[in-house]
Design a protein around this ligand. Structure first.
Ligand SMILES: Nc1ncnc2c1ncn2[C@@H]1O[C@H](COP(=O)(O)OP(=O)(O)O)[C@@H](O)[C@H]1O
Ligand SMILES: [Mg+2]
Length: 245
C-alpha cells in the first residue's frame, strides 16, 4: 500500500447489498458504502430488524455480500477463498457477542487462552498474554473459576479479554451488553473503549441503546438496510495525516 495513502482505512464497503434467499428474497442491506479508519470508535444504531447484525457480520467477514465489495485492510474480500478469509478474520478481527459465547467446560483462564491455542502459540508464550489480559479486565483472581461461577458482567469481561488477547486491529461487538444490567453494561463499555483507545484498535458496537451510542465518537444509523445518517460527534482518536491522498 502506498505510504500516506488511505492506509488508515481498515474496513471499506462499496455499494454493498445483502439479499437473503427466500420466497420472496429479502434485501437486508441496500447499497451501503462506508469507510472505517484505524482507532475509530463507532456505534451502529437502528431499530430491531434494520440490518445492524447483517452489517456487522459482513464487516467481520463472517458472511459475504450479495453485491458490491468489502475491503479488509485494503484487500477485496470477494477475491479471498474461504481459507484466506478465515485467516484474514483470525489475524485482524476480534468479536464480542451478546451471549458471551464462552466455553462452559473451560475455566476463565482457558477461555481466554483458546484463541492463542488455535493460533499455535506454545504454552510459555500463551501464559503471559492470558495473565496480562485477565489483569486488564480485572479478573486475575477469577482465572481458575468456571464460567458458571462468575457474574454476567464478569463473563462479558472474559469475552472482551478473549477477543483482545490476539491483538486484533478491529473489534466488533454485537449488542455486547444486551444481557447485562446498566451498571455492568457501563463497566464493560468503558473497559472496551479504554482498552481500544490505548491500542488504537477500531471498535464497532452494534447497539439499540442510545446511552452506549452516545459514548462513541461516530454513530452510523441504519434504517431498512440503508445508512440513514453517519455522524461524527468528537474527533476520532487517531493521528490524522492531512492531505495524504
Ligand atoms: N438468515 C436470514 N434469512 C432471512 N432473513 C434474515 C436472515 N437474517 C436476518 N434476516 C432479516 O434481515 C433483516 C435484518 O436483520 P438483522 O441484521 O438481524 O437486523 P438487526 O440486527 O438490526 O435487528 C430482518 O428483517 C431479518 O428478519
Ligand atoms: Mg441484531
Amino acid at each position: 500500500m502506498r505510504p500516506g495513502s488511505a492506509s488508515d482505512v481498515v474496513l471499506k464497503m462499496e455499494h454493498v447489498t445483502k439479499v437473503y434467499e427466500g420466497d420472496p428474497p429479502f434485501r437486508a442491506l441496500d447499497d451501503i458504502s462506508l469507510e472505517i479508519r484505524r482507532g475509530e470508535i463507532i456505534s451502529i444504531i437502528g431499530p430491531s430488524g434494520s440490518g445492524k447484525s447483517t452489517l456487522l457480520h459482513l464487516l467481520g467477514c463472517l458472511d459475504k455480500p450479495s453485491g458490491g465489495e468489502i475491503f479488509l485492510d485494503g484487500q477485496p474480500v470477494s477475491k479471498m477463498d474461504d481459507n484466506g478469509l478465515a485467516r484474514a478474520r483470525r489475524e485482524t478481527i476480534g468479536f464480542v457477542f451478546q451471549a458471551f459465547n464462552l466455553a462452559p467446560t473451560l475455566n476463565v483462564f482457558q477461555n481466554v487462552e483458546l484463541p492463542l491455542i488455535i493460533r499455535g502459540l506454545p504454552p510459555e508464550a500463551r501464559r503471559p498474554l492470558v495473565d496480562k489480559h485477565l489483569a486488564v479486565v480485572g479478573l486475575s483472581d477469577k482465572a481458575r473459576n468456571m464460567t458458571s461461577q462468575i457474574s454476567g458482567g464478569q463473563k462479558q469481561r472474559v469475552a472482551v479479554a478473549r477477543s483482545l488477547v490476539t491483538s486484533p486491529k478491529i473489534l466488533l461487538a454485537d449488542e455486547p451488553t444486551g444481557n447485562l444490567d446498566s451498571k455492568s453494561s457501563d463497566e464493560v463499555i468503558q473497559f472496551i473503549m479504554g482498552l481500544c483507545k490505548e491500542r488504537a484498535i477500531t471498535v464497532i458496537f452494534v447497539t439499540h441503546d442510545p446511552r452506549i451510542a452516545g459514548q462513541t465518537e461516530r454513530q452510523i444509523r441504519i434504517l431498512d438496510g440503508k445508512i440513514e445518517s453517519d455522524t461524527i460527534t468528537k474527533p476520532a482518536i487517531r493521528k490524522h495525516k492531512p492531505g495524504g491522498a
